[in-house]
Design a protein around this ligand. Structure first.
Ligand code: TYM
Length: 331
């Protein structure tokens, strides 16, 4: 059976981008695959979270995952820092990761530009830690959004390099996955770029947002002055609203607004009202579950402990074999 793995940094609340880019596919795959899902708390250390915040953030993301449909009985749901084996594999991979290739990674360049005062080694070696996350369980498929494509490419490079170096076909070469389709990029509400490109802003709609907050955010989304001729190409902010509509609304609703746009009769206010209501219909049941799970310490701890045990077993096996392959042998 194929192994599937994905993860998320506990830096904030889950937004529609996280859901439609990664979680939705994962939830589907847990029915048929050997699935691992983890909270990337080692990764989050690149931004130096306060110790008193870290645990709460992890707990929050766990609750949101469970609410979004992850089933700890079907998938292995765990916290990254419960598996020190990942840190060990990260160390091994770093010995064969080169400065030039790490510096060329787009996400590194972006982060380095955004936070020049904190360009740390963890940021530079983010792709090797991510590769360790994936290959520690010998994952074949990795459901992620489009923004993770390059990181996945790096994971493949590191897995291949290990196999070549030790002349073993040990690690499978992991593939970014979205059921045979293009990886998804859910846009934000500010007219350009992806949802969640900056954390905690009105550019993103969170699964835990109250209906009135969703309405307010959507009504404020950037638009233009409207089409002036039939079948005009849509500008990016309008394309973005249609992209959101496509993921939450029924096809006939999308077709209706498309037709209205193409015939220049569209009223963006109507489009936004419909979009907000459809987002609310979609998020409401998840939000209710998030709220009830956040008050249920027992369910969250139980899921995390159960996941840690299962994940540990798989990681321990890989590390034992990798040590042997590298040449660390017991005396
Ligand atoms: P993170 O925490 O930024 O995001 C978690 C997942 O959500 C997807 N995503 C999106 N998809 C589509 N449109 C968007 N606007 C959007 N925003 C976020 C991301 O692609 C991701 O799948 N490096 C990863 C976490 C990670 C990981 C891993 C993932 C660490 N190790 C191993 C997979 C495998 C990250 O920062 O994702």
């Amino acid at each position: 059976m194929e192994t599937v793995l994905s993860g998320i940094r506990p830096t904030g609340k889950l937004h529609l981008g996280n859901y439609f880019g990664a979680v939705k596919n994962f939830v589907k795959m847990q029915e048929t695959h050997n699935c691992f899902f983890f909270i990337a708390d080692y990764h989050s250390l690149t931004t130096h979270p306060k110790p008193e915040d870290l645990h709460g953030n992890v707990k929050h993301v766990l609750a949101e995952y469970l609410a979004a449909g992850l089933d700890p009985e079907k998938a292995t749901l765990y916290v990254q820092s419960d598996l020190p084996e990942i840190a060990e594999l990260y160390l091994f991979l770093n010995m064969n990761a080169y400065l030039g290739e790490l510096e060329r990674v787009t996400t590194f360049k972006e982060k380095a530009r955004k936070q020049p005062e904190n360009v740390n080694a963890g940021l530079l070696t983010y792709p090797t830690l991510m590769a360790a996350d994936i290959i520690i369980h010998k994952a074949d498929k990795v459901p992620v959004g489009k923004d993770q494509e390059q990181n996945l490419e790096m994971s493949r490079t590191f897995a291949r390099r290990f196999n070549r170096m030790y002349k073993e076909d040990y690690f499978p070469i992991p593939q970014a996955f979205n059921f045979g389709e293009q990886l998804v990029k859910i846009p934000g509400l500010d007219g350009s770029g992806k949802m969640g490109k900056s954390e905690g802003e009105s550019n993103a709609i969170f699964l835990s947002d109250e209906p009135k907050v969703i309405r307010k955010k959507v009504m404020r989304a950037v638009t233009d002055s409207g089409p002036t001729e039939p079948n005009q190409q849509k500008a990016e902010p309008i394309e973005n609203l249609f992209s959101l509509l496509k993921v939450v609304s029924k096809p006939d609703v999308v077709a209706h607004f498309d037709e209205a746009y193409n015939s220049c009769s569209i009223r963006y206010g109507d489009l936004k009202k419909q979009l907000a209501e459809d987002i609310i219909i979609f998020t409401e049941p998840i939000r209710e579950k998030i709220n009830s799970l956040l008050g249920d310490e027992t369910a969250i701890s139980k899921a995390a402990r159960m996941g840690a045990e299962k994940a540990h077993e798989s990681a321990r096996k890989t590390i034992r074999e990798v040590r042997e392959i590298i040449g660390f042998r017991p005396f």
